[in-house]
Design a protein around this ligand. Structure first.
Ligand code: NDP
Length: 244
């Protein structure tokens, strides 16, 4: 039986890393990606290869740039194989008043959190449609459902990602390719490192589960969704400790 391949964008650390480890532990060959943090990605690649005895490829590419995303998927196809599961996880946050945000900063947030999903999907969809199988999962945010002050661009991007997920699911359902998203609440990663201890505690006080989520919990859910019945498609699955 052909070994399955999962590609996780933005997987040098945080949620993407945890997702990659979950898929590797389950026996998937794994493609890692990051933009800058190459040494972290290489370290994870060695860990995956030695611990789980699966193949692992690490590719440095900025998935918010269409040419780099296209080149990345061409390299994966020629050097590694056809992708069975794409997890579009790469993302950045921007915290600040909308009136202080420059158009360039806006574009960067939209391109990294939303357009990157389009660039990556565009590259892998033809091979998935040809074999009528595959899975696509977006890593979104609860702010894409309800909006967050000081994070208007990020909220807009994740809201767009949610609707992109629903629309793409309709387009790909006839080809037996489920498309879903996980809308994360507050997860304990470097993305929240800018928060002070007081701000973090105030946030935790609002979460019914009384704690942040862990990247490993998102990884476990991502793997579960990769095994879910294909009739589950077009869903934005909220994982937020009861916050919303
Ligand atoms: P981290 O900042 O910890 O990790 C982000 C990862 O994405 C890094 O590997 C980073 O690599 C990579 N990355 C960023 N931009 C690009 C790019 N243009 N091209 C390729 N790789 C890129 O973030 P998290 O793990 O917390 O976030 C992962 C996803 O989860 C994001 O989409 C985020 O929006 C979402 N999310 C996170 C929440 C949280 O509370 N942490 C809550 C809700 C959603 P490099 O450093 O090399 O750029």
């Amino acid at each position: 039986m052909k070994q399955k391949i999962a590609c996780i964008t933005g997987s040098s650390r945080g949620i993407g890393k945890a997702i990659a480890l979950c898929f590797a532990q389950d026996g998937y060959d794994v493609v890692l990606n990051c933009r800058n943090s190459i040494s972290q990605m290489e370290q994870l690649k060695s860990e995956i290869e030695t611990t789980y005895s699966v193949r692992c490829m690490g590719i440095c590419a900025d998935v918010s740039v269409p040419e780099q995303a296209a080149h990345m998927f061409q390299s994966i196809a020629s050097e590694f194989g056809e992708i069975d599961v794409l997890v579009s996880n790469a993302g950045i946050s921007f915290f600040g008043l909308i009136s202080d945000m420059t158009p360039l900063e806006w574009q960067n947030v939209i391109n990294t959190n939303l357009s990157s999903a389009f660039y990556c999907c565009k590259e892998i969809i033809p091979s998935m449609v040809a074999k009528k199988s595959g899975r696509i999962l977006m890593i979104s945010s609860i702010w894409g459902s309800c909006g967050a002050s000081y994070e208007a661009a990020y909220s807009a991007a994740k809201g767009g990602l949610n609707t992109f997920t629903k629309a793409l699911a309709k387009e790909l359902a006839p080809s037996h390719i489920p498309v879903n998203a996980i809308a994360c609440g507050v997860i304990d990663t470097e993305m929240n490192a800018h928060l002070t201890a007081e701000e973090m505690q105030a946030l935790i006080d609002e979460i019914p589960a009384c704690r942040l989520g862990t990247p490993e919990e998102v990884g476990q859910l991502a793997l579960l969704l990769s095994k879910a019945p294909e009739y589950l498609t077009g869903q934005i699955i909220t994982m937020d400790g009861g916050l919303l």
